[in-house]
Design a protein around this ligand. Structure first.
Ligand SMILES: [Zn+2]
Length: 657
């Protein structure tokens, strides 16, 4: 049967066929509700009606609810049992962490068989279609099967509970027809508090395979961060090293490379084993030494002549000043260039938040705004609420709320609304200084390689000028670790040959939020999340990474075409044709003149009256290159400002006429 199913050109070996036959024979006996007794080497176990009740710490469980639940399993399905367990957990204060369902299901064993023998997706799918006739619970897609492994074996590791999903399993899930044979892995490590009333926190290791949406590789839960980085990373690094840079799957040999870690500064310090970002020698890219001013650590406003390099780092050459120990990542990745200066934390939540705070509360600095100017600024932001494209998840809100602003709100102000709402509010010097940062970040986030590379050194110069002026415009203690690190930001685009948008924590942040939402009760959050992640079989999608709505609705109607023309859609026909007004170059005026003519970067303004008389022309939706934000000028409502969307513009598009 197997040969007929799999075809003559199948590469399936006799060993794999023999193994599959064994699984199916066993599965036949598992058709009845009675299950096999399991054993575990991870702790002491009790058996009850053929099921293992295990204490994760090796101690006898004291509560009887779980035992009763396990006794009940003979009369119900596993799905119902798990659902009931969750409900019980919500009702009672008891620990379910000791519960293990040890025996492997048919799905478990088939999943392992698929991975062990590198069965192609086509062959696996073919086999599953046949098995599905006799085992309707089995999925027909091997990827779904691989995600349905049921056993949740949390372990005690680095001071908390830990679960490792498996690197190979994760990558296989992420591989699509578009995945290049040379796979670059990007990892994110961060902590996220789970409950307001307790110290419980997750520390997941997230992984993105060649730019795909991130998945969870490992999950740690404890009252504080993992106690040591070696143990925390051990399963990941052991498996990564064992693969030796190659993964065979679906008839292809994929090469694997760990490209970058995208983390905030405290997580980078933890992973790299370096001093924290308030230390004098905290700069991760140069040997600049900070000083103490006004009770704050202040770093230099220029790059030190001695740059840090990975070889010296590997040899622990910065011990005593910068390094605090030997990172387990030495030899796995370049610990200097491989840890990117994630712009979400560094620029949006770091630099921009610092500037806004100084505008509001910078007592004794020339940056502070008067209450009346803050009121005008807030009113300008409120006016834009609901006017930005629907792709912008958080619409503008008053500057009074900036203490609660999310990273995306600081990004929106920096890239798009800032040049419009801050003009006439900040002093001319401060406005021009802000435009240095805004334009530099527009360049570094630009996804068009040719454009970004052309202006990259210019962006570096803009940021250097920005940092050099900070002490005059914001005071002597303004140059924190984040501000100084701007001097090194352009290097990440060079080192990784991509936009900063490809090196940001934004997609991981979405994932962290989604993980938190999977926790329904304080009892063993790791097991809850693992079960739910596996139940989604790899289709877990925490929000949209790329989304670009195309509509004739004004806020979603302005686009730049592949040919560079700016158009406003007035109608959509058949979901493929668009009728547009083309905004010819001669009506486009520069929005700001310093530090450059913003028109050169597609940032323009147009008299509204000029738009009325433009004739409509037909285009294809496929002609669209990216969305453009269109907002009224704050200080002259006769004009509209147009600012190209820099982040996430290559996207899965939706049409909505
Ligand atoms: Zn530096």
């Amino acid at each position: 049967m197997a040969q007929k199913v799999l075809g003559d050109d199948s590469t399936i070996s006799m060993a794999s066929l023999s193994s599959a036959a064994e699984i199916l024979n066993t599965a036949h006996t598992l058709q009845t509700p009675a299950r096999q007794t399991g054993t575990s080497d991870k702790g002491k176990s009790n058996t009850c009606e053929g099921h293992t009740v295990l204490s994760s710490n090796g101690e006898q469980p004291c509560m009887s609810v779980a035992v009763q639940a396990v006794e009940h399993i003979n009369e119900t399905s596993l799905e119902t049992f798990l659902a009931e367990l969750d409900q019980e957990a919500d009702k009672y204060e008891y620990d379910t962490s000791y519960i293990h369902l040890e025996e492997k299901t048919l799905a478990d064993q088939l999943s392992e068989w698929l991975l062990q023998f590198n069965i192609t997706r086509e062959a696996g799918s073919n086999l599953l279609h046949i098995l599905h006739l006799y085992h309707p619970d089995l999925p027909v897609d091997p990827r779904t099967l691989l995600g349905s492994l049921r056993t949740v074996e949390t372990e005690n590791r680095c001071g908390g509970l830990y679960y490792y999903f498996g690197l190979k399993n994760l990558i296989v899930h992420a591989i699509t027809d578009d995945t290049p044979e040379s796979i670059t892995l990007q990892s994110n490590v961060d902590g996220i508090p789970l409950f307001g009333s307790s110290a419980g926190q997750f520390w997941p290791i997230l992984l993105s395979v060649s730019g795909a949406q991130p998945s969870v590789l490992a999950l740690f839960y404890g009252d504080k961060k993992p106690s040591d980085v070696e143990s925390f990373l051990e399963p990941f690094l052991e498996e990564f090293k064992s693969l030796d840079g190659v993964l065979n799957y679906n008839g292809k040999a994929y090469t694997l490379r760990l490209g970058s870690f995208v983390c905030d500064a405290p997580a980078r310090a933890f992973m790299k084993r370096i001093i924290g970002h308030t230390g004098y020698h905290s700069c991760e890219r140069c040997c600049s030494k900070g000083e103490r001013i006004d009770s704050r650590t202040v770093l230099s406003n220029e790059v030190d002549t001695e740059l840090r390099n990975g070889v010296v780092f590997d040899e622990l050459g910065y011990t005593g000043t910068h390094q605090t120990g030997q990172s387990p990542l030495i030899g796995v990745i370049d610990c200097v260039t491989g840890f990117v200066l994630d712009y979400m934390h560094l620029v949006c939540l770091g630099v921009m938040r610092r500037m806004v705070t100084y505008w509001k509360k910078g007592v004794g600095t020339p940056a502070r705004l008067s209450p009346s100017l803050l009121r005008v600024l807030s009113a300008r932001l409120d006016l834009l609420r609901g006017k930005l494209p629907s792709d912008i998840a958080r619409q503008p809100r008053a500057i009074y709320h900036s203490d609660r602003w999310k990273a995306t709100e600081f990004r929106t102000l920096m890239l798009y609304t800032g040049p419009v709402v801050l003009e006439g509010i900040l002093s001319n010097q401060h406005y021009r200084h802000f435009c240095l940062l805004s334009l530099a970040m527009n360049i570094l986030l630009e996804k068009n390689d040719e454009v970004r590379k052309y202006y990259l050194n210019y962006a570096r110069e803009l940021l250097a000028l920005f940092v050099s002026q900070c002490h005059v415009l914001y005071g002597a203690s303004f140059i924190s670790y984040n501000i100084h690190s701007l001097l090194h930001l352009a290097d990440d685009c060079v080192n990784h040959n991509c936009s900063l948008d490809d090196l940001s924590a934004f997609p991981y942040e979405n994932m962290l939020g989604a993980l938190k939402s999977l926790v329904r009760s304080p009892n063993n959050p790791v097991a809850q999340v693992v079960k739910r992640l596996k139940a989604t079989a790899g289709s877990f999608r925490p929000g949209k990474l790329c989304h670009e709505k195309i509509s004739a609705n004004p806020r979603d109607s302005v686009f730049m075409l592949q040919c560079g023309q700016l158009v406003q859609i007035v109608a959509i026909e058949d979901n493929s044709k668009i009728l547009c007004k083309v905004l010819q170059s001669h009506i486009l005026k520069t929005l700001y003149n310093y530090p450059a003519n913003s028109k050169d970067f597609g940032i323009v303004k147009v008299l509204k009256s000029k738009l009325a008389s433009i004739a409509v022309e037909p285009f294809n939706i496929s002609d669209i290159e990216r969305k453009v934000i269109c907002i009224e000028l704050s200080n002259n409502a006769e004009y509209l400002a147009f600012l190209p969307l820099r982040h996430l513009y290559t996207s899965v598009r939706e049409t909505n006429s």
